[in-house]
Write a protein that binds this ligand. Structure first.
Ligand code: B1M
Length: 213
């Protein structure tokens, strides 16, 4: 199969929630020498984009979205070793989580993988993480950065509370936020240090900020 055919089939398999096919296609693509980043950005992510479109138009409902998310995770697991390939030097420790009330974790997991690949030690708190857990984990684990993800307009507001509590606890590291509804303006408004539109940008900008600090 050509790379283009693999991308197209991957996209369709994510949309159809075909977990085993997604895993097999990622394995086949890797075996054929296709870069993990390409399998991600040309196959998996466009598939999830289309799922989002269909959900918005009410062509898809929660069960279809859930099986697509499961298929996406299966693909990410196959790509994990490549996306997490570590550079020689560690650049710091980052605590990451999806904010309180929010169960979306695909983007957060991707960001965590990219952080690992950029040389960070990642402490992943998972989903639906309340402000105090971010603060406790940052202190207990001696993190140099806290990263938050939110996918809902109703939960992104919870980022402000985390920033305020981190500042109150005298956290001196960097705070980076992202997720579909989040913007640079919002990050500035709530006092976060950094905003990133996607996982690669997040890893690059946090790495640059740590190097400059
Ligand atoms: Co939800 N959902 N969902 N959903 N869901 C969205 C987000 C939505 C946009 C769909 C839509 O209406 N078109 C909409 C939100 C509307 C809004 O508030 N603006 C929505 C809704 C409404 C809901 C529910 C409320 C639905 C309901 O119950 N009626 C519900 C809420 C549950 C909750 O969280 N409390 C819900 C539930 C779910 C599922 C559980 C079924 C499932 C999540 C499964 C899972 O994550 N394990 C799900 C999914 C899969 C989606 C869509 C379809 C796909 C999200 C995704 O994973 N995208 C989504 C539609 C869409 O986004 N187009 C939708 C792929 C992922 C790689 O992208 O997470 O955006 P993303 O991450 C990107 C960037 O945002 C960025 O990097 C990544 C790319 O490299 N990024 C960061 C993310 N975090 C970052 C952090 C950073 C930097 C960059 O620094 C720290």
């Amino acid at each position: 199969m050509s790379a283009e055919e693999i991308f197209e089939k991957l996209k369709k398999s994510v949309i159809g929630g075909k977990r085993k096919d997604v895993a097999a296609l990622c394995t086949e693509g890797k075996g054929a020498g296709i870069a993990g980043k390409d399998l991600l950005t040309k196959g998996l992510l466009p598939g999830m984009e289309e799922v989002g479109r269909r959900f918005r138009c009410e062509e898809f409902y929660i069960p279809e979205v859930l099986v697509a998310a499961r298929a996406m995770h299966a693909g990410l697991e196959i790509l994990r070793d490549e996306l997490e390939k570590q550079p020689a030097a560690q650049v710091g420790k980052v605590v990451i989580g999806t904010v309180e009330g929010d169960l979306h974790d695909i983007g957060k997991n991707l960001v965590a993988m990219m952080f690992t690949g950029a040389g960070f030690e990642v402490v992943d708190l998972g989903i639906d993480v309340p402000a105090n857990r971010f603060v406790e984990a940052a202190k207990e684990r001696g993190a140099q950065a806290v990263a938050m993800s939110a996918l809902l307009t109703t939960t992104m507001v919870n980022m402000e509370k985390v920033v305020a509590e981190l500042r109150k606890a005298q956290f001196k590291g960097k705070i980076i936020i992202g997720g579909a509804p989040v913007t640079k303006e919002f990050a500035d408004k709530i006092g976060a240090d950094l905003y990133a539109a996607d996982a690669s940008e997040g890893a690059e900008s946090l790495r640059a900020a740590m190097a400059a600090a």
